[in-house]
Design a protein around this ligand. Structure first.
Ligand SMILES: *Cc1c(COP(=O)(O)O)cnc(C)c1O
Length: 363
């Protein structure tokens, strides 16, 4: 098999930062080797910088973004708890399913796909169910290209309801302010704007979320994702729980180093700039932007295809002739819209121009 290279402009994975490729071939270390443990500590420290938090319980969970989602719900919910979930796309829907499997009673707050969720509706739902254990929302809905406002949920700090946020497609691409926005639990993934292959799920938990975990009446349903046990390995006890994916931690450490060397604000600005360039250029080619104006993600653009365009044939030609991958639409958007990612290392003007040149040749 030839080694095929692709320009991954879909909804993830993205092409890793060059620093990551070097980290992936580092000699293996044991998961209890002092050198590895130092590197793991530094990785958690770098994650705190990127999440903008002082939270002690900040670490990479083994597994992709979905493992981070499960880790948050399974540790924070007990059977019979009420969970309020905002839903305006695939990942909000998935949160409901995971919460239900934890035995929770789910209160859904739906908004049409392509539009943002009014955070006041989440606050109102909590006021109507003050016993709710958490309010969960997806910051960057990768299925629709919409950014949901998270900051107003800070108002829940004075209640017994925790705020849980999915930042899988936002972390490293657009501002995420865990402490300033009063987020209690937050998970992400390595394969989107962090520019690392799929395989780890950074998470962070506020002191009140840690207290919630510590006062559960029942142990979490998942042994593998039990943060009390994982915390004993990542924390000072260093007790073996499961073998850390050592090479993936090397990769994440390197990518976070690259992002912090560039400067987090500079990385956000780079995503903003290239996303705006794509948004400006697509309409002239017959594409119509799908996500609500004012809530469009720069790192993941959704656009209706030009009238009469053949989705499958175009994406096949884009992949086979130009080596460029983009994502198709999900749900009602299937066959009608594209999802174009400019994430992490891929958020560069050159990639936008390459993509547009290929579109000009094909459409
Ligand atoms: C990709 C994604 C996930 C799931 O991550 P996986 O790495 O596919 O497990 C969860 N939430 C959002 C918003 C995503 O974009």
């Amino acid at each position: 098999m030839p080694l095929t290279e692709r320009l991954l402009l879909g909804p993830g994975p993205s092409n890793p930062y060059p620093e990551v490729a070097a980290a992936l071939v580092r000699p293996m270390l044991g998961h209890l080797d002092p050198e590895f443990l130092d590197l793991l500590d530094e990785t958690s420290q770098r994650l705190r910088a990127v999440f903008r938090t002082e939270n002690r319980l900040t670490l990479p969970v083994s597994g992709t973004g979905s493992a981070g989602m499960e880790a948050c719900f399974v540790n924070l919910l007990e059977p019979g708890d009420v969970a309020i979930v905002g839903v305006n796309g695939v990942f909000g829907e998935r949160m409901c399913e995971v919460a239900r499997r934890c035995g929770a009673e789910v209160v859904r707050i739906d908004a049409p796909w392509g539009r943002a969720i009014d955070p006041q509706r989440l606050l109102d739902a909590q006021a109507a169910s003050p016993r709710a254990r958490l309010v969960a929302v997806v910051h960057a809905e990768t299925s629709t290209g919409v950014r949901n406002d998270v900051e107003p949920l800070r108002a829940l700090q004075g209640t017994d309801t925790l705020v849980l946020v999915d930042t899988v497609t936002s972390l490293g691409g657009i501002p995420v302010e865990v402490d300033e926005w009063g987020i209690d639990a937050c998970y992400s993934g390595t394969q989107k704007c962090l520019g690392v292959p799929p395989g780890l799920a950074p998470v962070t938990f506020s002191p009140r979320a840690v207290e919630r975990i510590g006062t559960r009446a029942t142990p979490p349903q998942s042994w593998y994702l039990d943060l009390g046990l994982i915390g004993q390995y990542v924390g000072s006890a260093r007790r073996y729980h499961h073998t850390a994916p050592v090479t993936m931690v090397f990769a994440l450490h390197a990518a976070l180093g690259a992002v912090l060397d560039e400067g987090l604000e500079a990385a956000w600005a780079r995503h903003e700039r290239v996303g705006a360039l794509l948004h400006d250029e697509l309409p002239a080619r017959g594409f119509r932007l799908l996500a609500e104006a004012g809530h469009r993600l720069p790192e993941l653009t959704t656009a209706w295809l030009p009238e009469g365009a053949d989705d499958a044939a175009l994406r096949k030609a884009l992949l086979e002739t130009y080596g460029i991958e983009v994502g198709g639409g999900l749900g009602d958007f299937s066959g009608k819209a594209w999802r174009i990612g400019l994430m992490g290392h891929n958020a560069r003007e050159q990639n936008v121009l390459t993509f547009l040149a290929a579109v000009d040749a094909l459409v």
